[in-house]
Write a protein that binds this ligand. Structure first.
Ligand code: ADP
Ligand code: MG
Length: 243
């Protein structure tokens, strides 16, 4: 397994946000996590990427314990995180946003002497191609459609060369057409990367869930199964209707 989580416990001021017995993701797996608001989904990703501290438990990535390591170290080990909030620079072009993502991976010394080599330009263009941004490279990021902004964010994470990508609610606020396109892009990325996606939209989940879906409720793992198993599970139906 690429990522393994065991007995992870996190509380905020005495409130248990997460009490997760087990969770693991394999190489080139696209795993979907669903669950009602406040279930602890974002908290789980925050812990995996080192943004939030856990009280106890174990998180191993590529066989190494990562719990307690800082965000920079975990990112360097190969975990990339796309947050719900936008982090692009709207006054820069798409290309410059992507270039910046390559630069900021480096230390300050190499940033000073940074040169766009043909290899770097190729990498930027190939990532832009995978996220279908190649037609808007010289547009200002702020002028992009909502969907394209989200794909640019994913491209920025890709350029940090992660093995595992953590993506929180990628289809939030998207039109049906953008949502479907996002699903196609994620399935394409999953050919080369492991991806954990948190999502609400059932139609979107059905499109991307070619593997297991994990259901979190009140910090606990309620069940794990294929999309059909999860969709037809009475406990899952109850917790969605009851919210
Ligand atoms: P989800 O992403 O599934 O909607 P979250 O992981 O955001 O849920 O939140 C899980 C629980 O932890 C919620 O009760 C939330 O209010 C609480 N929580 C999350 N982050 C913090 C924080 N930084 N401080 C205090 N409580 C938090
Ligand atoms: Mg959340």
């Amino acid at each position: 397994m690429l990522l393994t989580v065991n007995n992870l416990s996190v509380s905020f001021g005495g409130v248990h946000a997460l009490n997760l017995d087990h969770f693991s993701v394999g190489e080139k797996e696209l795993r979907v996590i669903i669950g009602p608001n406040g279930a602890g989904k974002s908290t789980l990703l925050d812990i995996i990427c080192g943004k939030t501290r856990a009280d106890s438990g174990e998180v191993t990535f590529k066989g190494k314990q990562i719990l307690g390591k800082n965000e920079v170290t975990i990112a360097e080990m190969g975990i990339g995180r796309k947050f719900q909030k936008p982090s692009i620079f709207p006054e820069l072009t798409v290309y410059d946003n992507l270039l910046l993502a390559v630069k900021t991976k480096k230390d300050i010394f190499s940033t000073l002497f940074f040169r766009v080599t043909p290899a770097i330009a190729d990498r930027i263009h190939s990532v832009a191609m995978r996220l279908q941004l190649n037609g808007v490279m010289y547009k200002l990021a702020g002028a992009l459609a909502h969907g394209q902004k989200q794909w640019l964010e994913i491209a920025i994470v890709m350029l940090q060369d992660p093995t595992l990508m953590l993506i929180d609610e990628p289809a939030a606020g998207m039109s049906d057409e953008e949502t479907e396109k996002t699903g196609g892009l994620l399935l394409e990325l999953a050919k080369t990367h492991s991806i954990i996606v948190i999502e609400h939209d059932m139609k979107f989940i059905e499109q991307i869930a070619n593997n297991l879906v994990t259901v979190l409720v009140r910090g606990k793992r309620l069940m794990e199964g294929t999309f059909d198993e999860v969709k037809n599970d009475q406990r899952v139906i109850d917790c969605y209707l009851g919210r």
